[in-house]
Design a protein around this ligand. Structure first.
Ligand SMILES: O=C[C@H](O)COP(=O)(O)O
Length: 366
């Protein structure tokens, strides 16, 4: 039998589900059971307007929710319906489940430090780049998986969706998951048939854009300079940028890996004035879609080089705070080992982001 307070919360969630029928702008309630506890996630969403989300892991043995009583939760939920929802529950706490052998007991430690698992202070960031894949049905399936799975609150998740499905995906993804365009041009509007602009991405609810992907460089012949111009314009327009770099197999075999990534970084650095909203994705081209992942040591070596390059050429602060993702055949099977490396701050995932295993990749630091 569930404790009384859980029943109360279930009632709130049930109410939300009922009201949702009447108030179509508010979406989504869900409850999941996880291994040893219970994650309750309540999402109140007004698509494309203000989005509010609250979720936490709850200790079955405690009458509070991460230090917040059921009444507080209730209060916030009811305020939301009055249109007075001003409090966004911050991800202030993190729950660590520990098992003590023989006692069969689990303890929840709540912390105000979101990045406890990452001594660098850089929040782990996992991007799913769907590339030119998906249709309404398969996108709905992936979004359902992401909505119903317990995602590590200490990991920032961004989905790079084909442009035509961006709005569709925005309305189906959990609102704490960011949304990225896979490309955007370097000006706001004009006679550029077939292009989309950062302003358009922002307008439909995307907050990120992936730029400089090796497929855009190789197939669409985008130069370092054009990519950097696009990056600065996207930043000027208020988007966050995943700035891709990486060497080809030929370049690696010629011992030119560092030279190539430094050249690509230099081009970005000539345009980008503020790196705060930039994540760099190091993606060795030979590892993309090939099943040949860089070993954790190979990846770490380049990430450490990039960190040093940032320190020497931008600033120590940017070097310490900028997140560098690894991309190239990341799967649930190799993500945990890669994630242990000190300069790997996340992943940019292609193929595996279309599969349920993406959840395990997101949770690789757990
Ligand atoms: O943007 C993602 C990368 O191109 C990696 O793709 P992949 O995981 O299919 O190798």
């Amino acid at each position: 039998m569930s404790p009384n307070w859980i029943l109360k919360l279930e009632k709130i969630v049930e109410d939300l589900a009922l009201r949702r029928l009447a108030m179509k702008s508010l979406q989504t309630t869900l409850i999941h059971k996880v291994n040893f506890g219970r994650v309750i996630s309540i999402t109140l969403r007004q698509p494309l307007k203000n989005q509010y989300h609250w979720s936490t892991t709850m200790d079955m043995n405690q009458p509070t929710v991460g230090g917040l009583t059921v009444d507080v939760v209730k209060g916030v939920v009811s305020q939301a319906f009055l249109g007075k929802f001003t409090a966004v529950f911050p991800k202030l706490f993190k729950c660590q489940w520990k098992t003590y052998e023989g006692q069969k007991k689990f303890y929840a430690n709540f912390s105000t430090d979101c990045n406890e698992s990452n001594m660098s202070g850089r929040k782990f960031c996992v991007g799913g780049n769907w590339k030119m894949n998906g249709d309404q049905k398969s996108i709905a399936d992936i979004c359902k998986t992401l909505s119903s799975a317990p995602l590590d609150p200490n990991t920032e998740v961004v989905i790079g969706c084909p442009a035509i499905y961006l709005m569709y995906a925005r309305n189906l993804l959990p609102c704490e998951v960011g949304l990225a365009g896979q490309n955007a041009y370097k000006v706001e509007k004009g006679a550029f048939t077939g292009e989309i602009s950062p302003a358009m991405l922002k307008d439909i609810g995307a907050d990120w854009v992936i730029l400089g992907h090796s497929e855009r460089r190789a197939i669409f012949k985008e130069s370092d300079e054009l990519i950097a111009e696009k990056a600065q314009h996207a930043l000027d327009q208020g988007l966050k940028v995943i700035a891709c770099i990486g060497e080809t197999l030929e370049e690696r075999e010629a011992g030119k890996t560092n030279e190539v990534v430094a050249r690509q970084m230099c081009a970005y650095a000539q345009k980008i004035k503020d790196w705060q909203n930039v994540v760099v994705a190091y993606e060795p081209v030979w590892a993309i879609g090939t099943g040949k992942t860089a070993t954790p040591d190979q990846a770490q070596e380049v990430h450490a080089f990039l960190r040093q390059w940032l320190s020497d050429n931008i600033s120590k602060d940017v070097s310490a705070s900028l997140r560098i993702q690894y991309g190239g055949s990341v799967t649930a099977a190799n993500a945990k080992e890669l994630a242990k490396k000190p300069d790997i701050d996340g992943f940019l995932v292609g193929g595996a982001s279309l599969k349920p295993e993406f959840v395990e990749i997101i949770n690789a630091r757990q």
